[in-house]
Design a binder for this molecule. Structure first.
Ligand SMILES: [Zn+2]
Length: 163
């Protein structure tokens, strides 16, 4: 059996060579299997290094990236379903729940970026308890200080000079 020192934890002969391995990667309950992987794995710390002369690293990274994109799209579809159930526009949802740019929510729904965890949690709570939307609107009005300040000019003491 081929062994060598682990570059990560330093265990002597810690890394053992493997080939023909199949691994299943899972993200948010979605899975992807990658077969015929080869590389080195440390028996002490679990560090894995793919073989450079194979496409193992490339195929493993591709499968991981595809899963992350699929997970973002799944969450995006969920955000869209809940927003529509609540009869809110994307703009109203941003104003009410998240703040930020007016097209932020459409980017979440398209799966381009992951919504903040607090926003996902709020949306899921409103999905489960939609009657709380009225409370959210009432509470939200008092929670946002932007636009809350008003100033009035008093011009009665100004003097006009005419030349
Ligand atoms: Zn190690």
């Amino acid at each position: 059996m081929k062994t060598r020192q682990c570059f990560s934890c330093g265990a002597h002969e810690g890394m053992r060579h493997f080939e023909g391995r199949g691994e299943t990667i899972s993200v948010k309950g979605m899975e992807r299997r990658v077969d015929d992987l080869s590389g080195w794995e440390c028996q002490q710390c679990g560090e894995v290094e793919w073989d450079d002369d194979t496409d193992s690293a490339e195929r493993y990274a591709e499968a991981s990236d595809a899963l992350i994109i699929a997970a973002r799209q799944m969450i995006g579809a969920e955000m869209k379903r809940i927003r529509r159930k609540l009869h809110l526009t994307q703009k109203e949802t941003v104003q009410l729940l998240s703040g930020g740019g007016h097209n932020a929510f459409s980017r979440y729904e398209r799966g381009e970026i992951l919504p903040p965890k607090a926003l996902m949690l709020l949306m899921r709570l409103l999905d489960r308890y939609p009657h709380l939307l009225a409370d959210a609107k009432a509470l939200g009005e008092g929670a946002d200080l932007r636009g809350a300040f008003k100033h009035t000019e008093h011009k009665e003491h100004e003097t006009l000079t005419v030349s």
